[in-house]
Design a protein around this ligand. Structure first.
Ligand SMILES: *Cc1c(COP(=O)(O)O)cnc(C)c1O
Length: 379
């Protein structure tokens, strides 16, 4: 049996044309028409005027924080339940993450814990310099409450929408709600350039500064003069070509990811209440998750099967699955970082698993996963 991967790249018909054109025209550089085209098309797709294509989502997070003025000794609010890159970018700036627990409906940052965290940091005389807002697995965070808190306490928001390209909140694409938004085009994301990322913003000055920092921060002089530390973070024109081909497929890819989640939900209904597909908060009109990964939760009061036994069983059928992100406050790396709450994301981590969710999966592939899950829970 072929291996079923969690979320492999899924190329379309047009990527090769853009890549070939770049090679034919000798635009094999971190500059060129694909880069400009990719940025314009990405901005249009997410409804934000300025986009800067970068070498990774992590690079985009790092630059985004620098644009918001985050530096040594600062604190940045961040969900504990996220991929390590969100918090690593904070440490690249010499700042410290202040972790906040999830809320059970969306799995994203809990507004109640967030208020506690902000008020407590203010009491300690440390006003958070920025708020890293993550939409995990594509699910929109509680934007109304979180943006209101950020406004109340005047804390700029950086939106880590690495997993949420194509998700929407009240008819608006995620990524454009903060001063800076970030996307990833890593190989496992909903669209890929093989490796890459982008920073988006409504402010022209921020976009110009991002581009400056991403290209070694050269002063305007022919002789390579530098007044501050820059980075080599630009995406290459060849890879931007892959991105252009992929972007045209966004709506189709979101549709298929959502179908896959709905398929699992329908065909695993027999396994209730031991296993549920989650998270499933109400999706009011205009609000939707891209369902980047389909994720499940097990109920330990109903079944003795754990996510780890499930994962091993799927592995015997050559099916890849993965635990949910291990909360960052439990990581040895962030042992000493402040944390507000913790039981919600710890519980999700103990009970959850990510299922194969690639858009190239066929219904036969999905049936294979469902059969293996049923088997594991029947034993
Ligand atoms: C993938 C991811 C990133 C990092 O993106 P890369 O392109 O892999 O550097 C950041 N944050 C989250 C939540 C991610 O899932």
């Amino acid at each position: 049996m072929d291996r079923l991967y969690l979320s492999p790249p899924h190329l379309g018909r047009h990527e090769l044309n853009y890549v070939l054109k770049a090679l034919e025209d000798n635009w094999v550089a971190p500059a060129g028409p694909n880069l400009a085209g990719f940025e314009a098309e990405l901005g249009a797709a997410v409804g934000v005027p300025y986009a800067v294509a970068l070498s990774s989502g992590t690079a985009a997070l790092h630059l985004g924080l620098l644009l918001l003025g985050v530096g040594a000794g600062d604190e940045v609010l961040c969900p504990s339940f996220t991929f390590v890159a969100s918090a690593n970018a904070i440490t690249y700036c010499g700042a410290t993450p202040v972790f906040v627990d999830s809320e059970p409906a969306t799995w994203n940052m809990c507004p109640t814990r967030l208020r506690e965290a902000i008020e407590d940091r203010l009491r300690l005389g440390k006003k958070p310099k920025a708020l890293m807002l993550v939409h995990l697995y594509g699910m929109p965070a509680r934007l109304t409450e979180i943006l209101a808190l950020a406004a109340e306490f005047d804390i700029p928001v950086l939106e880590d929408a690495a997993e949420a390209l194509g998700s929407e909140w009240e008819f608006q694409p995620l990524g454009g709600f903060g001063r800076v938004g970030v996307f990833s085009f890593n190989g496992n994301k909903i669209l890929t350039t093989g490796g890459g990322g982008a920073l988006v913003t409504h402010e022209r000055a921020l976009a110009e500064r991002a581009l400056h920092l991403a290209t070694q921060a050269k002063d305007p002089a022919a002789h390579y003069q530098h007044s501050e530390i820059g980075f080599n973070y630009r995406l290459s024109n060849v890879l931007a070509g892959i991105g252009r081909g992929q972007l045209g497929l966004l709506a189709e890819r979101v549709k298929r990811r959502r179908e896959i989640f709905a398929w699992y939900q329908q065909h695993l209904a027999d396994l209730l209440p031991a296993l549920i597909l989650a998270p499933t908060p109400p999706e009011p009109p205009g609000t939707r998750s891209n369902r980047w990964l389909s994720t499940l939760l097990l109920d330990s009061e109903v079944t003795s099967v754990t996510p780890e036994t499930l994962r091993h069983h799927l592995e015997t059928h050559n099916i890849e699955s993965r635990p949910l992100w291990k909360p960052l406050h439990l990581q040895p790396l962030f042992r000493d970082a402040p944390m507000y709450g913790g039981t919600v994301c710890e519980d999700l981590f103990r009970r959850g698993l990510c299922l194969p969710s690639g858009t190239a999966m066929t219904d036969d592939d999905l049936r294979r996963v469902a059969r293996a899950l049923s088997e594991a829970l029947a034993d």
